[in-house]
Design a protein around this ligand. Structure first.
Ligand code: TMP
Length: 255
């Protein structure tokens, strides 16, 4: 992990200079944080699992034509990614009422929403990532109208695809957060999916018992946090050390 230039260190990941210009190495830590860093801790093995889970989901999304920053996994905790300029927005897609949405609208957790709802937060820790509208985004220049259109359509496509993928392994995709980046190729810029997709950034409930299989177990001191992340990886068929030569087997469908 040393002898490379550290480009950025966040709460759950470190970015290092990559082997070629325009690439970075994304290192997944076991550190966990919640409530804008007011609660911190370690989820043992989380970095290894999130590296695998995010690799799998980003690869499947790439396969259906969703542009992402992901290039390939390098080792247990690192993946090679394309360097992008991060759009300063957190994009939240919700299918079922949970978390901050219940508080804001007085809803019971688990209430299905009439349709999928996309929300934007301005990525700014000092301000506590406030919810913003498209008006704020364009007025302050955080993203152009065309970029917002691209972000919305990609996010809904990701939601449709991941909802089906997770349902196939007995998991309900309640909500999730996405981040986007601007990728320049020659003089062309396009919006691509960035960051990670993992139980850190998604609410995942067992489809038959509604048991939580995500970071809410850490946020709410529910216990069995590591086990929940492992179970998501296991159902996706990417639990390290399971197959011969540690190969990814793919998901086991639940009927
Ligand atoms: P929320 O209910 O707390 O607003 O969270 C909605 C979803 O977004 C949930 O799956 C957790 C995820 N999320 C993050 O990944 N990072 C964040 O900083 C926040 C606020 C939410």
């Amino acid at each position: 992990m040393s002898r490379r230039r550290r480009v950025y260190e966040g709460k759950a990941k470190v970015l290092f200079e990559g082997p070629e210009p325009g690439t970075l190495v994304q290192y997944f830590k076991d550190d966990a944080s919640a409530f804008n860093n007011q609660k911190t801790g370690i989820i043992t093995g989380k970095g290894v699992l999130n590296n695998r889970i995010s690799e799998y989901l980003m690869t499947r999304l790439n396969d259906i034509g969703v542009p992402t920053h992901f290039v390939r996994r390098l080792n247990m905790r690192e993946q090679l990614i394309r360097e992008v300029e991060i759009v300063q927005l957190e994009v939240i897609v919700r299918n079922v009422a949970a978390g901050s949405f219940c508080k804001r609208f007085g809803l019971t957790e688990g209430a299905p929403l009439p349709r999928s709802i996309v929300e934007f937060c301005y990525k700014n820790d000092e301000l506590g990532d406030p919810f913003v509208s498209e008006e704020h985004i364009t007025a302050f220049g955080w993203a152009a109208p065309q970029e917002i259109d691209d972000i919305l359509s990609i996010s809904l496509r990701v939601n449709d695809f991941l909802t089906g993928l997770f349902l196939g392994i007995g998991i309900r995709l309640v909500d999730f957060k996405l981040e986007y980046g601007r990728l320049w190729e020659n003089d062309q810029m396009r919006i691509v999916l960035a960051d990670e997709i993992s139980p850190d950034s998604c609410r995942l409930w067992d489809a038959s018992t509604n048991e939580k299989m995500d970071k809410d177990r850490f946020r709410r001191d529910m216990g069995n946090v590591e086990e929940a992340y492992q179970e998501v990886a296991r159902r996706l068929g990417v639990l390290p050390g399971e197959g011969p030569r540690d190969e990814v087997k793919g998901p086991t469908l639940v009927h």
